[in-house]
Ligand binder design. Structure first.
Ligand code: SF4
Ligand code: SF4
Length: 423
């Protein structure tokens, strides 16, 4: 009998949400956990402020204000998860973005170009854009894209942890399961080594289905629901045909999106049932390792930090599994530094480069000691978007300061320890 994967709940579906009812208790709890408000304390940018702004009838005509306010959301899900009254402000913002064509269409004009170009030409195009943006440096306030935190020298950020792949044992229950690997577009195009390492490091067979496409998260976050639906459907066709016990993914944000697939379809439709079936089988890499990893390999000699992606913390509610796996590689007396939101949030960082930078400095740079002489050691994460953001920011810091940490996917912690047991 294959193991029964721990059935996690799918993201609560939003079909029954009654948006006309005022659910906000004005308690202000969200002011303490919204990364945007924490970095930019203006009431309108808090979940409470956004909620009341969007409910105000008189504001409907003030499109510029609405655009600016709904762009200032990372879609981190903290408000959806932690609001004591259950007011899902992130969901309200997605609905509003869906209403405004500017948001609905934006990410996919870029995404489509990337898909057409392919990885190699895509990276060349990004490098070219970076040169243009350097020329535009004096006009950065007029051209916000020129300050985008990752649109520069993308090819510099594709590097691997030193070490070679060696097998990492998983327990017998996992070996009896049929496991499919979902890569996601970032691991297809930007970090193909991550999916390859996951496939190579685990001591059992897993299948990587061909023709899988983006999980749909960039579209979903941007409110482009029909686009997100079409991505989900394409993937469902591929994954349902294979009757998997576990859908494993190396990206916490993809795992969160797959769990959200049911909310894209009418509750009575067959597609909703199919999406629910897949959503209950998805496991993010650290969840899988926390549950099924049979040996831990050597312990690491030296400190490390883990960055907990927002979708892991609030969307999957599985921050603990990432901490558990990382602790297996530390000696008992070694502290583990945990870091929070990196400030990327997809297109959030394009629309709000300064706030994004502030969030990075508050949550990552100050804690890794980038601005002091103390260093935390390498930083490991489980989200491809966060990884891109961390690598870019650390490379930039390394040029300005003497040194800065380097960022890797969690799987690299295992590669490194197998190869260099002493650290
Ligand atoms: S959105 Fe939730 S947490 Fe924020 S003020 Fe309203 S009830 Fe409180
Ligand atoms: S999703 Fe995150 S960034 Fe957006 S309003 Fe909620 S807490 Fe703030």
């Amino acid at each position: 009998m294959p193991p029964t994967p721990k059935v996690s709940k799918t993201k609560k579906d939003t079909h029954d949400k009654n948006t006309s009812k005022d659910t906000c208790a004005r308690c202000g709890a969200c002011l303490s956990f919204c990364p945007v408000y924490q970095s930019h304390p203006i009431e309108r940018f808090s979940p409470r402020g956004k909620y009341f702004l969007l409910r105000s009838a008189s504001i409907k005509k003030r499109q510029r204000l609405i655009k600016e306010t709904i762009a200032a959301c990372l879609q981190c899900g903290a408000c959806s998860r932690l609001c004591p009254s259950g007011t899902d402000v992130a969901d309200i913002i997605r609905a509003e973005r869906d209403r405004v064509a500017y948001f609905r269409s934006f990410p996919y004009s870029l995404f489509d170009i990337w898909e057409k170009l392919g990885q190699e030409r895509g990276i060349k195009a990004v490098s070219f854009l970076e040169k243009i943006s350097a020329l535009l440096r004096d006009f950065q306030n007029a051209v916000p894209l020129a300050k985008a935190p990752f649109l520069s020298n993308l090819n510099l950020y594709i590097h691997s942890f030193p070490g070679t792949i060696s097998r990492c044992k998983v327990d017998e229950r996992a070996k009896r399961a049929k496991v499919l690997l979902f890569c996601g577009c970032m691991q297809n195009h930007v970090f193909p080594d991550t999916a390859a390492k996951i496939a190579a490091i685990l001591d059992w067979e897993l299948e990587i289905p061909e023709n899988q496409v983006c999980c749909g998260l960039p579209a979903y976050s941007q409110g482009a629901m029909s686009r997100a639906r079409s991505f989900a459907k394409k993937n469902l066709d591929i994954f349902l045909n294979r009757q998997a016990d576990i859908i494993l993914t190396g990206c916490a944000s993809c795992a969160y999106m797959i769990k959200s697939w049911p909310s894209l379809f009418g509750i009575q439709t067959p597609t909703y049932k199919h999406a629910t079936k897949i959503a209950t089988r998805v496991m993010e890499f650290s969840q899988f390792m926390a549950r099924y990893q049979a040996n831990t390999g050597a312990r690491k000699n030296g400190s490390i930090a883990i960055q907990i992606p927002c979708h892991q913390r609030y969307g999957l509610d599985s921050e603990r599994s990432l901490i558990t796996v990382a602790q297996r590689f530390l000696l008992p007396d070694q502290p583990l530094t945990t870091l929070g939101c990196c400030g990327l949030g997809g297109t959030f960082s394009l629309f709000n480069p300064d706030i994004s930078k502030n969030i990075f400095e508050q949550n990552i740079a100050s804690k890794t000691g980038c601005f002091t002489l103390e260093k935390t050691g390498p930083v490991f994460t489980t989200c491809s978007g966060c990884l891109l953001r961390l690598r870019h920011a650390f490379e930039t810091l390394a040029k300005e300061e003497d040194s800065a940490p380097r960022a890797y996917h969690l799987v690299d912690l295992m590669v490194h320890n197998k190869e260099n047991p002493k650290g």
